[in-house]
Structures are given as C-alpha cells and as structure tokens.
Design a protein around this ligand. Structure first.
Ligand code: ADP
Length: 170
C-alpha cells in the first residue's frame, strides 16, 4: 500500500571517501532528492592505505551533509550486499564519471546483484565540472600549492591540508 512508512525508499551510497570531494557531495545531494532516506556508507578498501581513518571519514561527511535532513552517514567493514540487506535497502547509488568507471562499476553491480538478488545499482552521471575529480587527484594536487576550493567542500579543507602536512613530515 502506498504512503506507509514501510514504503520509504532507502538507498545506499558507498565509497571510500578519502576524503569526501565536491563531486561526492554533488551525488549525495542529488540522490537525497530522489530517495526518502540516503545512507552514505564509508567502506573499507583493503587495497588502499587511507589518509583518514574510517571514523574520521564518517565525521568529515557528517560535517558537510549536516544541512541535508534525510542523509545518514555510517561506516562498515561488511560486504556491501550484506550491509544493504541488514539496512533494508534494495538500491545502491553510484556516481559515474568517465567510461573508465563503467567497466568496474558494471562488474560490481552484477556481483552485488548475484549475492543479493533484491539489490539493484543505479548510476548518476557526474556533473561536467566534477568529471575529472577523484579523491586521489585531490591528494596528488595537495603536494602543490593549488587552491582546493573547486575540489573539496570548504569546511574540510583545513583538516585535509593539516593531514597532508603531517603525513609529509613523517
Ligand atoms: P574515488 O576514490 O575515486 O573518489 P570513491 O570510492 O570514494 O572513489 O567513490 C565513491 C563513489 O563516488 C563511486 O561510485 C565513484 O564513481 C563516485 N564518484 C567519485 N568521484 C566522483 C565525482 N567527481 N563525480 C561523480 N561521482 C563520483
């Protein structure tokens, strides 16, 4: 029956968000407009040596999304398909930048659907000004004296710069 709270559509936007960029935030805002409840979930990527811990990444995203009431930020070490099942969500949201994202994302969508057949993946295309933007690009740029305000939400730029400075001192 329509209109009941059980009809609430919850989607999950997973990623490593190390750190959250303006491109991620753009996807978060657009997905939050489409779904009733959006869970941004920071996932562990075993292949990466992160700049920020899982808890710190969750905290940074909470700070930049505090004005969006239907966004929840969480972190998980679980398999995404399992996490989605536990949270009662059947939609994964992903951002697609260039064709290079497609191959990998398509494969992950199929695997997630295989593990959890109620789970579908929906793609939002990146806005043109963020098409080139990734967390790793921003980390690369941070080695030089570049204005980061087109790439990162203003609130987190000082935290990011400080972390890069500390890491370079080690
Ligand atoms: P990255 O380290 O490449 O930024 P993440 O794992 O943090 O990647 O990204 C999480 C999700 O956000 C992925 O679906 C990715 O394609 C998407 N994404 C990353 N950057 C952008 C961007 N600039 N515009 C749109 N989507 C993006």
């Amino acid at each position: 029956m329509k209109g009941r709270p059980t009809d609430m559509k919850t989607a999950i936007y997973p990623g490593s968000f190390d750190p959250v960029t303006s491109g991620h935030l753009n996807i978060i805002r657009r997905a939050a407009n489409i779904f009733d409840h959006l869970i941004v979930c920071v996932m562990v990527n075993a292949g990466k040596n992160p700049l920020f811990s899982l808890e710190e990444r969750v905290d940074l995203i909470r700070r930049v999304t505090s004005d969006i009431p239907n966004v929840e930020v969480d972190g998980s070490q679980e398999l995404l398909a399992e996490y989605a099942r536990k949270r009662g969500s059947c939609v994964i949201v992903k951002g697609l930048r260039a064709g290079s994202d497609f191959e990998n994302e398509f494969q992950m969508a199929l695997i997630n659907h295989k593990i959890n057949p109620t789970l579908d993946t929906m793609f939002l295309t990146a806005e043109h000004q963020y098409m080139y933007l990734s967390s790793s690009t921003v980390k690369e740029l941070a080695r030089y004296d570049v204005d980061l305000s087109d790439f990162l939400p203003e609130e987190i730029i000082p935290d990011f710069k400080e972390r890069i400075r500390n890491r370079n001192l080690k």
